[in-house]
Design a protein around this ligand. Structure first.
Ligand SMILES: [Zn+2]
Length: 260
């Protein structure tokens, strides 16, 4: 489901941000919002997906191109044992190669145009997320943007700092989406074009007994709530605040007497 894709993308982005050097909360939030948004992008290859209808003709055209190119690539490269399908949905945009390519294109754009390209990528990511998660995200991201601009000091500098590695956020977002699809029933042709068992588009998936259907109880009652908690705790500063508050609350009374 879309919201789980976005939420897992957000968590992956926040976990990865400090590793890549997005040290401040402002840079981490930009990075996480991008992974969250782009964790929804691969499904632009589905005409009925919310993401495809999001910006009307604009995403409609992207969706159309994505489906045509994917189908052409599939017809051209499918192996002897690949399924007899059109190859439009859940093919090209659901591969590691696509994630890496889109990441590289983003890096090229952000290195050429700096902070403005970063802002464009993040806003596109937010719009993708809003299209899937619902209109409530619009005022929330509006407030977040006002907070961001008001507290960031040197906004363009902060965005410029992220420009070197925002491509990773885009690639990781797409990759996390594929991982999510691989956990559902039909799998994901991750490793295209590496031939596996006569298929160039071999769907990587869990063994049958471990698969779960999207939208079912496991996702709603277990996976989603766990990632909501994780998504809050991973925001820079929240974990430190939680542990220090807990320490203060549960400090043994003897320790208080020892330090008057
Ligand atoms: Zn998908």
């Amino acid at each position: 489901m879309g919201r789980t894709h976005a939420l897992t993308g957000w968590c992956a982005g926040l976990a990865l941000a400090p590793v890549l050097g997005a040290g401040t909360i402002h840079q981490a939030v930009v990075f996480g919002a991008t992974t969250a948004g782009f964790a929804l992008l691969p499904d632009l290859d589905h005409p009925g997906a919310t993401a495809s209808r999001l910006l009307g003709p604009f995403t409609g055209v992207i969706s159309w191109i994505l489906r045509r190119v994917s189908a052409a690539l599939y017809a051209l490269t499918k192996g002897p044992r690949d399924e007899k399908v059109t190859g439009k949905h859940r093919h090209m945009s659901h591969t590691v190669l696509f994630a890496a390519g889109l990441g590289a294109a983003t890096t090229a754009a952000t290195s050429a145009w700096g902070p403005w390209a970063v802002a464009g990528v993040v806003i596109f990511g937010l719009l993708l997320a809003e299209g899937v998660l619902g209109d409530w995200l619009m005022p929330v991201s509006g407030v977040a943007i006002v907070w961001w601009v008001y507290t960031a000091h040197d906004e363009l500098g902060q965005l410029d700092q992220v420009s070197g590695y925002l491509g990773y956020a885009v690639a990781v977002g797409c990759f996390v989406h594929c991982l999510g699809d691989a956990l559902t029933k039909s799998g994901c042709p991750f490793l295209f074009p590496i031939p596996i068992a006569g298929e160039t588009w071999y769907e990587i998936r869990l063994p049958k007994f471990m698969r779960f259907r999207t939208g079912k109880n496991v996702e709603n009652r277990l996976i989603f709530p766990v990632f909501v908690i994780l998504g809050v705790l991973l925001v820079p500063g929240v974990w430190e605040f939680t542990t220090s508050t807990a320490e203060r609350l549960f400090e043994p009374p003897t320790a208080q007497r020892a330090n008057p």
